[in-house]
Design a protein around this ligand. Structure first.
Ligand code: ZN
Length: 268
């Protein structure tokens, strides 16, 4: 599933292509036909990402809300608009560009009240300037759940996915099983600042890199990582391989229904 940095990149991309323009919206597949009718012919005022949720705000207090889930995908381009192929949920045309959306978990039109309700359910998004790490910390401190699970809980931290959760805990030298209630305010601030910096870099690069300069392939004279997720990481999907810092074999285990990776020596 895409992590928050991908959704923020999409929001920026769609703002660049469509903001300020009147667009036509339809649903060649039909499943979003009623929603499309509510926004077609309106001006797209702005776009916004909140965690893994994407919003297109239209004039007239209507917002398109998209959650890509596991299979959702956007494509865009310049006219001619391609003939619809396959299950095309939503198509938007305007401002000299077209946009296609396939396979999302959510694609719906909301009014401002419904947007507010959805946002109220979400935790703090490290990529947003209005995020407050202390609000997230209040939830962390009050919980006996492992910090790994809390990082993945979208009602605590919005936008953090599996790769960032695993990597930020390695970088903090923190055991992923550490209970939230045992995380100090200073430790949380450190995790938050690191997560924010890593995710901002992810937005800029379009991939997730988490290794310090000393552990890049060039610095270590090792082959670059080969993985469909790309990016240089410490532990994510490296089970059995030597830790880039200490050489200990990276471990993998299930936690909170997700794959946890850690170095038993660096994260005691
Ligand atoms: Zn290690």
């Amino acid at each position: 599933m895409p992590e928050g940095h991908t959704i923020h990149r999409l929001a920026a991309r769609h703002r660049e292509l469509f903001a300020g323009h009147v667009v036509t919206v339809d649903s060649p597949q039909g499943r979003f036909a009623a929603g499309a009718a509510l926004i077609t012919g309106r001006r797209l005022a702005d776009t916004e990402a909140y965690g893994k949720h994407l919003f297109h705000h239209f004039d007239g207090e209507r917002s398109l809300h998209v959650h890509l889930g596991l299979y959702g995908k956007f494509a865009d381009g310049v006219p001619p608009v391609p003939e619809p192929v396959g299950q095309l949920r939503m198509r938007m045309v305007g401002g000299g560009h077209w946009l296609e959306l396939r396979g999302p978990t959510a694609c719906e039109v909301l009014d401002p009240g419904q947007v507010a309700v959805l946002r109220a359910r979400l935790g703090q998004d490290p990529l947003r300037d209005d995020a407050d790490p202390l609000v997230a910390y209040a939830r962390v401190r009050a919980s006996t759940k492992p910090v790994f699970a809390l990082l993945l809980d979208q009602t605590v931290v919005a936008g953090c996915g599996l790769i960032y959760a695993n990597e930020v805990l390695f970088r903090a030298g923190l055991a992923p099983t550490t209970e939230g209630s045992r995380i100090s305010a200073a430790c949380w601030q450190e995790i938050w600042d690191d997560l924010r910096a890593l995710m901002k870099e992810g937005v800029a690069r379009g991939r997730i890199d988490t290794v310090h300069t000393a552990h890049t392939p060039e610095a270590m004279q090792r082959a670059p990582r080969v993985d469909r997720h790309g990016g240089e990481v410490y532990v994510y999907r490296r089970p059995g391989q030597p830790c880039l810092v200490c050489g200990t074999a990276v471990q993998r285990g299930p936690m909170a229904g997700r794959n946890l990776y850690w170095c038993p020596a660096c994260q005691p």
